[in-house]
Structure formats: C-alpha cells, structure tokens
Design a protein around this ligand. Structure first.
Ligand code: NAP
Length: 356
C-alpha cells in the first residue's frame, strides 16, 4: 500500500513493530473489540493470553488476521501499557506509582524527559508517532489544562490501536470530556478522571484520597469494560476513595472546593506570610495552605479559572464575602463613634482605622 503523502515516516522504535497506518476506511471498518482475555495456554503456567494487538494489516475482508499475545501477571492483576502524555510534575508523579504496580509506562512531553523517565523505569518518546506506534492500552493525558487541546489535536491517533482507551487527569472535567469526544475516533473509549491530590498532599500515599471519575464512553463488550476496570483499579489498589460522578457535577463541586482553596492560598501568598515566634496552629495551617497551593504551576491555577464556568461566580462570592465581613466590622466601629459623638462617651477607640 502506498504511503499517503500526509503520513510521516519515522525510524522504528526498537520495542515496537512498525506497521503502515490504516486508511480512514480501514480505520473505521475494522473497529472492534480486541482487548479481551483468551483461554489459558496449557504449557505456559505463568502466562495467560489476554489481548489481541492492533493496527495489524487487514485482510481483503477488512478483518484482523491474527491475535497478538500479551502476558498477564501471575497475581491476576492485568498489566497495562500506559502512555503518559505530558510528563511534567504530575505525569511523573503518576508514573512512579504506575511503574511500582508493574505497568509498562511510556511517556511523551513537549520537553525532553528521557533521563527523568529512565530514572523512574519508564521509556520516553520525543516523537509522538513513535509513542503511538507502541500501541498502548491506555493513553493518559496529563498535560496542562491550557495546552490540552493543541496537545490532543497534535497526537497521531491513527497510529494507535483502533479501540484505545483515552483517559485524562485534568483538574477540570467538562472541558476535556468535550475535547476528547470531539477529537477522538468514535471507537476510542474515554474515561475522564481527577485524582484530587498531588505530590504535596499525597506525600504519604494515596490511601483515602478522593479519585473522581466519569466513564464517558466505554464500549459495550466485556473486554473493554475489563480494560476500563483495570485502569480504574490502579487507583483503587492504592486505596483511593473512588467517587463516580459526571464531569458537570465535578466542576460545580470543584469551583467551591479546589478553586476556592487555590484562590485563598494565592491571596495569602501575596501577603508574604512568615512564621513567627508566636504562630498559632491556625496560622501554621495557613502557611501550609500557601505552600500546598503555590507549589502548583500558575498555569494549573489559571486553567481552574479559565476552563471551569463556575469559577467566576466563586470569585464574585469571595469578593462579596470579604466585603460583608469588612462591613460588619466597620458598622460596629461606626456605632461606637456615633455614641462618642452624640452621647459624649469618654472611652471611645481610636478612629485612625476608620475608612473615609
Ligand atoms: P501543569 O503546569 O498544569 O502542566 C504541566 C504539563 O503541561 C507538562 O507536562 C508540560 O510539558 C505540559 N505543557 C504545558 N504547556 C504546554 C504546551 N504549550 N505545549 C505542550 N505541553 C505543555 O502542571 P502539572 O502539575 O504537571 O499538572 C498536569 C495536569 O495534571 C494538569 O492538567 C493538572 O490539572 C492535572 N492535575 C495536577 C495535580 C497536581 O497536584 N499538580 C493534581 C490533579 C490533576 P513540558 O513539561 O514537557 O513542558
């Protein structure tokens, strides 16, 4: 088959078999359920056949000619091949646990993280074509909210298996849901997630921390459901509190919780708070809040505002709350002054703080 001029040729990654990209017709005609367990092979006690491969050459009927064998661990935990796209702070944080659980982690990012990936036991691919040609079971989007759209649209998804599972960990949820539904082929499964913790808050592990997810689109066949559960199982195994809710519901809650927390943390940071010899526990909590929120990038905070329609209302309410508290204080002061002026009370407080 002649290579269409728009498809780039790349060197073959050593661990991947290079295959021609399917035509659009083949891409859609051959979409079928392939991630499934097959019966155990008699002479191989430690391995079981689990899944068929993808992007294989199609025969003249447009069907797949053979199955690729994928190993499964003896402990029955499915081993996934997970491609982390966006290998910055959070991508690496997730990769650490994925590798520890025995999954194969591939990584891609704008910057070169080859050394960081190698140190974590992952493999870095500067070229997304090479990454996709490794046919990961799951593509896990961990790029910034602001860059998510160009990053997704620049991925050569035609090089992936035709029923790949796409998941994201963006801290807003309706935006990636709509983006993935619009940008990915219909055969791809989609799970939108938000692990409600990060390198700071989960320093001592993920146990008990909330993990929000929405199975946006999971094909109706046992194999695809099993793959989705295997992916969600990554977080369940760590003891996360699994919270299934719609992306819209998440965003409504997250504005009033996460965006509020980050906004207060960033406001307090403007005051350049420092520890003092008489710091109270409450004050130390504020100092920790500044540390926890400002260690995340400003891009992340900005994304919480820009891509959650509920955030503007939260900012307005915060402003209203500050004004209300100030008003209550100044109204009280006003009453005291009045009394002093009209009733001649001797013990009135200083008026230097009174707003003109
Ligand atoms: P971030 O600043 O939100 O994202 C950094 C990542 O985005 C890096 O991988 C960076 O790639 C990539 N990126 C930024 N601008 C880009 C551009 N113009 N083009 C291509 N890639 C670009 O910080 P983060 O903490 O690593 O968060 C990553 C994702 O995880 C975000 O969507 C965030 O909402 C989500 N999340 C974070 C936390 C957390 O605690 N940090 C918790 C839950 C979810 P390079 O490094 O290669 O430049």
């Amino acid at each position: 088959m002649a290579t269409p001029p728009s498809i780039r040729l790349h060197h073959q990654p050593s661990s991947c078999r290079r295959l021609p990209a399917p035509t659009n017709h083949q891409f859609h005609a051959a979409a079928r359920c392939r991630w499934r367990r097959l019966p155990p092979v008699a002479a191989a006690p430690s391995l079981r056949l689990r899944a068929t491969g993808a992007a294989q050459p199609l025969d003249s009927n447009g069907s797949l000619p053979g199955a690729v064998e994928v190993e499964e661990r003896e402990d029955q935990q499915p081993r996934l091949k997970i491609a982390v796209v966006g290998f910055g702070n959070y991508g690496q944080f997730l990769a650490r646990t994925l590798v520890a659980q025995g999954h194969t982690v591939l990584a891609h990012s704008r910057s070169d993280y080859s050394a960081a990936a190698a140190a974590l036991g992952a493999r870095f691919f500067p070229d997304p074509h090479d990454l996709c040609e490794c046919h990961p079971d799951v593509v896990l989007l961990a790029t910034s909210i602001l860059s998510a759209e160009p990053v997704v649209r620049s991925l050569p998804v035609h090089r992936l298996r035709r029923d790949t599972l796409f998941a994201d960990v963006l801290s807003v949820k309706e935006f990636p849901k709509n983006l993935l539904l619009g940008a990915l082929p219909e055969e791809f499964d989609i799970i939108c997630t938000h692990p409600m913790f990060g390198p700071e808050s989960a320093r001592d592990g993920w146990a008990g921390l909330p993990f929000v997810f929405d199975r946006v689109r999971v094909g109706d066949c046992p194999a695809r459901r099993a793959r989705a559960e295997a992916f969600l199982g990554v977080f369940a195994r760590e003891g996360c509190r699994m919270v299934e809710m719609s992306c819209a519901e998440h965003d409504a809650h997250a504005a009033g919780t996460q965006f509020l927390t980050h906004t207060v943390g960033r406001m307090l940071a403007m005051l350049e708070l420092r520890p003092t010899p008489i710091s109270t526990r409450g004050y130390e909590t504020l100092l920790r809040l500044v540390d926890n929120t400002c260690s995340d990038s400003f891009d992340l905070y900005n994304g919480l505002f820009m891509y959650n329609k509920n955030s503007t209302e939260l900012l307005n309410r915060l402003e209203w709350a500050m004004d209300s508290v100030k008003k209550k204080l100044f109204d009280g002061l006003h009453d005291v002054l009045r009394k002093q002026l009209f009733e001649g009370s001797a013990q009135a407080p200083s008026t230097s703080n009174v707003r003109k």
